[in-house]
Design a protein around this ligand. Sequence first.
Ligand code: HEC
Ligand code: HEC
Ligand code: HEC
Ligand code: HEC
Ligand code: HEC
Length: 739
Amino acid sequence: MKAALRTLCAAALAGLVHAQAPFIAGLEREDLGPFAGAVLVSELGCTSCHAGGQKAFLAKPGPDLSEVGARANGAHLRRFLASPSGVKPGTTMPDVLAHLPEAQREDVANALAHYLATLGQPGASGRPQPDAVERGRTLYHSVGCVACHSPEKTLSDSVPLGPLAEKYTVASLAAFLERPLDIWPGGRMPDCQLERAEATDLASYLLRDQAAPPTAFPPDPVLAVRGRALFAEHRCHACHRTGDQLAPPGLPAWSTLRAGEGCLSGRRGAWPQYPLTENQRASLGAVLSGDAAPWTAAEEAQLALTRLNCVACHQRNGAGGVASDRSEYFTGRDNNLGDQGRLPPTLTGVGAKLKARWLHEVIANGASARPYLHTRMPKFGSANARPLVAILKALDTPTPAVLTRVGESSRPHQAGRELVGHRGFNCIACHTFRERSAGAIQALDLMTMTERLEENWFHRYLEQPERFSPLTIMPGFWPDGKSPLTQVLVGDSGQQRDALWQYLAQGPDAAEPAGLALEPLVVTVRDEAVIIRRAFPGIGKRGIGVGYPGGINLSFDAEQMRLASIWTGGFVEASGIWRGQGAGQARPLGQDAALFPPGPAFAVLAQPEMAWPVPDPTPRPRPSSFKGYTLDDRRRPAFLYVVDGFAVEDFFIERTAAGPRRLERTLKFPGAPPAGLHFRVAAADSIEPRGANEFAVGRSLVVRLSEPGTVRGAGDAKELLLLVTGRELKLDYHFNAKP
Ligand code: HEC
Ligand code: HEC
Ligand code: HEC
Ligand code: HEC
Ligand code: HEC
């Protein structure tokens, strides 16, 4: 009986020790053999105190404590510091105070907690709201948290979260989740790209059982002063930043350490206590006694992917990948894509696939190309991305592909567009093109390809997609190297691939392929003005459309510095711009439209009866030039331009209060106008005076002027001119009510 009890106790004790051992997720997943020790050295921060060793031993920095008082409750910290792995089993922070007698340990932890509580001001605290908890639960189980942490249905092998409810308030936890990289700079807890509201929902979910926020912990100033000294004395600053500048602890260098002594002895002494498993102790000992041959690039890559636990979501060369018991939490919104529509992509050969700049964008900033995945690629920050990009690019060397460049004369853009369209290879049946597609499958957007992919990889992939992912539904288009489309570029497969690349590489300028389903792309205007700088009817490429709140719009010609048109109602339909139809123009919507004549709006007429200058048909350097615009608080532009050396500021504002919608225009001239300078307000078949300085132009436009204008004949039509004498002109445009 007694013996049985003893074995039971021993088993429980062994279990307990194991449960408290530092947990390093990637290491639990991957069998790294002799390299496991190297990961432990960095994750346990050994070289923070024992300087030196290989690059791969670089210590994971501990959390930045300079604002810790604002986020973590002092009573919790006191408990945590007195027994880190007791309060948070699995923590990688060692027990630095373990060698102190119990009473003294409590005392030191208390003083430290009071000191830490002076670092930062606690913010507001509130209760988790039930609807936020539910939203948070959904997010937690879909955006990627459970790749590393346990889902609600508890899974072992999960990064521990500790007693969050005694540590955080909803607000302080949300603030942490929104920018974990700033606070825990090691990047092991990555930034999952959360909006503020999402962070609050997640925090509410994680604190769902919190009955009340932790009780306030006002720091005692005397204890805080002592705590500050103890912080340095116990070498906490080896792993944590606080804002104080402290000298690094002068401890035996890494290369002098004897395995089985000090921190690795398993005995209590004046060193940090790590509750290691036998395996962990053995791995660390092996690193210490092993010879320090530098890792190969492949080993370095594997170590880095394990350390940051990329392997929780990605596989590379057959290792890692989503674990089967977590697979159900990886979902997407396009079932037609199968596993490719829910699991993160493989990292096998990724260095040869992605351009260095994009690779860095993905790892550092979580750049995305697959909006259909619910799991997000987290941000790991530049410091972690930079070395990883260098290793992956150096390691995954591309196999060269034969590139056949299609010359300009063979119109590669046109050929590429034909191949992508529904009468060609119909890529748009499965890929979106500027976020729209023709088919049920909506894989990666074609517009992202040339930005992300190495050209060489693109060729090799298209040649034989199944070589890269055996089960992919992406077809090979050149069986036996031959093209079924013999009429495009004489059916040459290399040229066809090059044409595809060149066409896609045009980016925003690539005209839309044939076959995309067409819905109108209406640009709506809400409470701020909307500006579209593109081609408009009757204006060349340098058109500027402005939709004003309240439903009145104009187009301005920044080539000829003139108002080109005014219309009311809807602003524009933009498929012409974004889909490459209709000559790439924006199509004005709405009803009434008044067009103003081409040609200059300002001219010096030596004699008042001189004809208005005609627009110059030959393009040549012009004395007029557009200087851009400034925006007011509702984003209405004031156009700035120079006409024959004379500067103009041209501002429109909508007036929608009473009566018809109007545009009020103010032209300002910082310099004195030259003698004889005229402004042409309008030219139309009919221009009739209607009242004091008011004119009906054509069928429906009415213009009111701040000073008297002159109507004169111009061929079959009429012109309305103003002599410019002062520093400002005001005009007002509106449309006649319908008869
Ligand atoms: C907070 C600082 C700190 C950290 C972190 C730390 N150690 Fe130590 N280590 C010490 C101190 C203090 C001693 C005792 C030094 C002495 O006696 O001069 C020591 C001693 C040792 C010794 C015995 C040295 C000898 O040869 O007598 C070894 C081995 C050792 N540590 C290994 C490790 C390993 C492995 C890690 C990481 C798992 C680690 N240490 C992390 C502070 C630290
Ligand atoms: C790639 C793995 C990974 C992912 C994904 C991840 N975490 Fe973490 N998380 C960690 C690690 C590792 C730590 C501990 C960091 C350390 O020890 O340096 C951590 C720490 C935390 C902590 C701090 C606990 C404390 O003691 O204060 C919280 C809270 C947390 N994670 C929540 C989340 C949430 C919510 C998500 C999803 C939005 C998430 N994590 C996604 C790995 C991950
Ligand atoms: C070997 C490096 C190391 C040493 C030495 C160390 N810590 Fe830590 N500390 C960590 C790590 C890693 C974490 C995060 C681990 C976790 O929460 O699971 C942490 C967490 C903390 C936290 C919680 C921070 C937060 O943002 O939630 C506090 C507070 C803290 N340590 C204080 C101390 C104090 C005080 C000392 C000295 C008595 C000390 N640490 C010594 C590595 C270290
Ligand atoms: C929580 C899961 C998760 C973790 C952890 C994770 N990733 Fe990702 N990763 C993703 C998802 C999801 C995508 C797809 C993103 C997209 O394209 O929209 C992705 C995409 C990528 C890509 C782009 C691949 C391609 O072919 O376009 C690279 C490179 C990458 N991850 C590298 C890493 C590295 C390196 C790490 C570790 C530092 C890492 N990932 C950690 C989920 C994860
Ligand atoms: C029958 C559907 C289908 C058609 C048709 C199709 N693709 Fe794909 N394509 C896919 C799917 C699905 C993927 C994602 C494959 C994966 O993740 O393994 C893909 C992947 C790709 C990739 C690799 C992208 C990356 O970053 O991993 C490129 C490049 C590509 N397609 C180009 C094209 C081009 C160009 C065409 C037309 C010539 C085309 N595809 C036609 C389904 C298709």
